[in-house]
Write a protein that binds this ligand. Structure first.
Ligand code: PMP
Length: 450
């Protein structure tokens, strides 16, 4: 009732929507992987504020570091030096391979991507930027041009010199294409050939070549890619795709940018950064979300050479890299190591993927299970043959039922048809089993109905 009341109030922007419509959730408190609503109901958080709460809600060590810093210094702007940013920058740089060593701070992922775009344009002298269909790179006017999601996209966003042109007809036609060119999902399996075929890879490389040759030669400033698409629904690239794409982009004079806003800080389990799983080293890496466990912060890391080109420009960000944000982020990095969260992501992530794949084989309405570490997508379909998404109403009912049984998950994909599983990286096998029991129970109900 309280939420319905708030929604009616005139100062609530029309764009602000609660995810749960039947009975919205009003969160009151959080601890590690748990959230409590105002009625005292406990939820297992399997979305973590969109992969933001990396080490756990109100993690005691991080909270202690924040409290300590709150009592000494919050903010100075970056015109003065102070020890938290100074110490943190060194710690963060040590997490990157050479030559990625120069770090800039922002307050969000969108700001980090804006900065990366500006850097690439200044460094190359070029303007055009390529991103993937299904990509999400932010909600600022500049990054909207990179974000391919129709729901986030305004017609004006196209005017900013960004191409989401890799697969231009993604929003046309029905979902259920039989070959990989018709399908908006870009997994290797999508071509319906034998597992491991390179059909999809060749096809996407051809598309990239088309995009590059249709642009005026050498106008490409950068190529943006999430190492594993987050909002798009845990979409993975075909094997070796990114390696070949990086080669082609560099050949055309562009820079390669990895958006690690969701994939960074060990979220993919086997690697600390998602790009490492592709055997590439980007020219610029952007990060946010998990960096400070939910406290607003973003960062960009690049090479000395690009930083030198950028030094001719201006980087000023009033709040970016404040002593408070850096003290929190620094404690998050320590906690990731001390609590072994990357390892948890790898082992529990693999366990979840394996068990979910069994459910996929059992139920017709689970079309695909994909992802890496604790960044998992479960794609819901009417049936495996048509591969059309489940009707919106059914998707929402499943989503609400999972919540009613005490678990919060996310939704993504073009039609909201992908359940997104991105818990804080402190979950246990018991939590994973609880999720699997709830999920299969709910799915069984709807599988019987369809
Ligand atoms: N990049 C990616 C991959 C994201 O998932 C997001 C947010 N969902 C952003 C950038 C934008 O980050 P922010 O909302 O902090 O601006």
């Amino acid at each position: 009732d309280r939420i319905l009341e708030i929604r009616k109030q005139s100062y609530n922007p029309m764009t602000l929507k609660a995810t749960y419509y039947k009975q919205p959730v009003y969160i009151h408190q959080g601890y590690m992987q748990w959230l409590w609503d105002t009625d005292g109901r406990r939820y297992l958080d399997f979305f973590a504020g969109v992969a933001t709460v990396s080490v756990g809600h109100c993690h005691p060590k991080v909270t202690e570091a924040a409290e300590k810093q709150l009592r000494s210094l919050w903010h100075t702007t970056n015109i003065y030096m102070s020890s938290p940013p100074h110490e943190y920058v060194e710690k963060l740089a040590a997490c990157f391979p050479d030559p990625l060593k120069v770090i800039y701070f922002t307050n969000s992922g969108s700001e980090a991507n804006d900065l990366a775009m500006l850097m690439a344009r200044l460094h190359t002298g070029n303007y055009d930027i390529i991103s993937f269909r299904g990509a999400y790179h932010g909600g600022s006017p500049q990054t909207l041009g990179l974000t391919s999601y129709s729901a986030y996209k305004f017609p004006i966003a196209n005017g900013f010199g960004c191409h989401n042109t890799m697969c231009p007809d993604v929003f046309k036609g029905p979902w259920g294409g039989k070959n990989c060119r018709d399908s908006p999902v870009q997994t290797v399996r999508d071509c319906n050939c034998a597992p491991g075929c390179c059909h999809a890879n060749d096809m996407y490389i051809e598309e990239l070549k088309e995009v590059l040759s249709s642009s005026v030669p050498c106008r490409i400033a950068a190529f943006f890619g999430e190492p594993l698409q987050g909002v798009g629904g845990a979409v993975q690239y075909p094997r070796n795709y990114l390696k070949e794409a990086y080669r082609l982009i560099r050949q055309s004079g562009g820079l390669c940018i990895a958006d690690e806003v969701q994939t960074g800080f060990g979220r993919t389990g086997s690697d600390f950064w998602g790009f490492q799983g592709h055997g590439v080293i980007p020219d610029i890496v952007t990060m946010a979300k998990g960096i400070a466990n939910g406290y607003p912060m973003g960062a960009v890391v690049t090479t000395k050479e690009i930083a030198e080109s950028f030094a001719k420009g201006l980087h000023f960000n009033t709040f970016g890299g404040s002593p408070l944000a850096c003290a929190i982020a620094s404690s998050v990095l320590d906690t990731i190591k001390e609590d072994g969260t990357q390892q948890i992501s790898a082992t529990i992530g693999t366990y979840l993927l394996t068990e979910l794949a069994k459910l996929r084989d059992k139920y017709e309405i689970i079309g695909d299970v994909r992802g890496k570490g604790l960044l998992i997508g479960v794609e819901m379909v009417k049936d495996k043959e048509s591969r059309r998404p489940l009707p919106a109403e059914t998707l929402s009912q499943i989503f609400e039922d999972i919540k009613d049984m005490g678990i919060l998950v996310g939704r993504g994909g073009t039609f909201g048809q992908v359940f997104r599983i991105k818990p804080p990286m402190c979950i246990t096998k018991e939590d994973a089993d609880f999720f699997l029991a709830v999920f299969s129970h709910v799915i069984q109900k709807y599988a019987e109905l369809t």
